[in-house]
Design a protein. Structure first.
Length: 505
């Protein structure tokens, strides 16, 4: 397997003393928020079961999944509910549902919106929409919310992946026929009419992810397959958007070949700025679960992260790649070791794959469930769907969102400093660093009363032991009683410790 050489950007400037920053190397933080969005979950309606797919059209977010009801924020199941059978829409700004409420008779597993924001296509297990026959795929008008009459490809089984580019709708899943023609797990239909197109890459196993390149000159296909067009291509391939011919993709060699001990499946794909990003979920101990990035045109590997814990969803916003997973060991990437708990939400640098400054969290919703399953963004926010039941330790089922509104997460409140005086005209003050869930580099200022006496910049991580900073104050006189406190800031918020006093010897 090829391994990318990753540039490490790390370190923190020391203002008052020559102290060495602790913690693993990370990507450089951006100004303001460390990441593109805050780690504070915004008020959002919930669902009564998992959200499998998300997509954005203008100011509306569409969610599909296994749910049959949605409910108000803060409410327990059974309270403040409204019926939504497997498909719902929400206002991007407020997190409240819209009136869009079609009735499907089966689960939704995939959603795509057209680049012009006019059309919504959903795929899944359903066979009717509002009592009208629709075989596993359906199109709606975004403007009216109505089912598009006459747009009715007949797909033989589940549609688990959808993508729209130009005049084509690409679909993948577990099916073997479309409009009675053989199409093994991947196909394309016309956006305008739903008519079957000749495109036929012919996968030998399920397809979970599809993504056209930014210029539409190729389509990336991901899943659990071992062959496309009768040739060996496991989990990931790049194909011609018209002929379906497989194109050279050297980065695919980074995914291990299937074996009885390891099957790494591609679960999600995103593109940005001429690069393609691929999320992997492995079955088997230590099987590849990470993210890789490749050049969209040449297919060459740019970087590869090696965190263990299946990655189910990714989304690039600016220079950051957000990932939904159950990561439990990122030690190969200089991050947290195993047995630190599950990290279901993380961010990596889209430039080099290093862990970045954002670590809110969800639960997995149960022993057999995963957590986050789907991401979507309108550019300044991140919507997260899945089978979780809590977000940042508070009840919130199925759906949540984060945005870049001013504020963000505050640094944790530091404990009062420890102070002592064992020599004449001198005190010793020490304090412990804290964590901020959307910034790594934090600034600490030590005050004697209202006088600033020292400052530091430190990098802190949720998975490492806090470090202790110490300062010797010689600007005091014997017999004085002096008080110290610490203020820690992230560039937007300040947290202040309680004060601690000592009488100077």
């Amino acid at each position: 397997m090829k391994k990318a050489v990753l540039a490490v950007v790390a370190g923190a400037a020391v203002v008052a003393a020559a102290l060495v920053p602790s913690g693993p190397p990370v990507a450089a933080a951006m100004p303001g928020f460390g990441s593109a969005v805050s780690a504070v979950g915004k008020v959002t309606w919930q669902t009564n079961d998992s959200v499998n797919a998300l997509a954005v059209a203008g100011d509306t977010v569409y969610a599909g999944g296994l749910f049959t009801r949605i409910r108000q924020p803060g409410k327990v199941e059974g309270q403040g509910e409204a019926a939504r059978t497997y498909l719902a829409a929400f206002d991007r700004t407020t997190g409240t549902p819209t009136a869009f409420a079609p009735k499907l008779n089966g689960a939704v597993w995939s959603i795509a919106t057209s680049p012009d924001g006019k059309w919504l296509v959903v795929g899944g297990d359903f066979t009717t929409v509002d009592g009208v026959a629709r075989q596993h795929i359906a199109m709606f008008s975004v403007a009216t919310g109505k089912l598009v009459a006459g747009w009715d490809p007949a797909v033989s089984y589940r549609v688990a992946a959808l993508a729209i580019h130009g005049t084509s709708v690409y679909l993948g899943g577990s099916f073997q026929r479309v409009d009675k023609a053989v199409r093994n797990r991947v196909a394309a239909v016309a956006l305008s009419t739903g008519a079957l197109l000749p495109w036929d890459p012919d996968a030998d196993n399920d397809v979970y992810a599809l993504k056209p390149s930014d210029d539409g000159s190729r389509v990336f296909v991901g899943g659990g397959f071992s062959e496309l067009n009768g040739e060996d291509h496991w989990a990931l391939a790049m194909v011609n958007p018209t002929t379906g011919a497989v194109l050279d993709l050297p980065a695919a060699d980074a995914i291990p070949e299937p074996s009885p001990d390891c099957m790494s499946r591609v679960r999600d794909i995103d593109t940005a700025d001429g690069r393609v990003f691929v999320a992997n979920a492995g079955s088997g101990i230590g099987c590849y679960d990470g993210v890789l990035a490749a050049d969209e045109t040449t297919g060459k590997l740019l970087w590869q992260s090696q965190c263990l814990g299946a990655t189910e969803a990714i989304k690039v916003i600016g220079n950051w790649l957000y990932k939904g997973s159950h990561a439990h060991d990122c030690s190969k990437d200089g991050g947290f070791p195993d047995k630190t708990g599950m990290h279901h939400l993380l961010v990596e640098s889209a430039i080099n794959g290093k862990l970045g400054p954002w670590y809110p969290n969800t639960d997995a919703g149960g022993e057999t469930l995963v957590g986050p399953l789907a991401f979507a963004s309108g550019g300044n926010d991140l919507w997260v769907g899945g089978d979780f039941t809590t977000v940042n330790g508070k009840p919130q089922q199925g759906l949540t969102r984060f945005d870049n509104a001013p504020g963000g997460a505050k640094p944790a409140v530091p404990a009062a400093p420890k102070v002592s005086s064992t020599r004449a005209n001198q005190t010793t003050v020490s304090f412990t660093t804290v964590v901020d869930t959307d910034n790594i580099a934090l600034s600490y200022v030590l005050y004697r009363g209202t006088t600033k006496v020292a400052s530091w910049s430190r990098s802190s991580y949720s998975w490492t032991t806090p470090s202790v900073q110490t300062f010797t104050d010689t600007a005091v006189r014997s017999g004085q009683t002096v008080s110290y406190h610490v203020e820690v800031g992230d560039g937007r918020n300040l947290s202040k410790s309680a004060a601690a006093a000592v009488k100077v010897r």
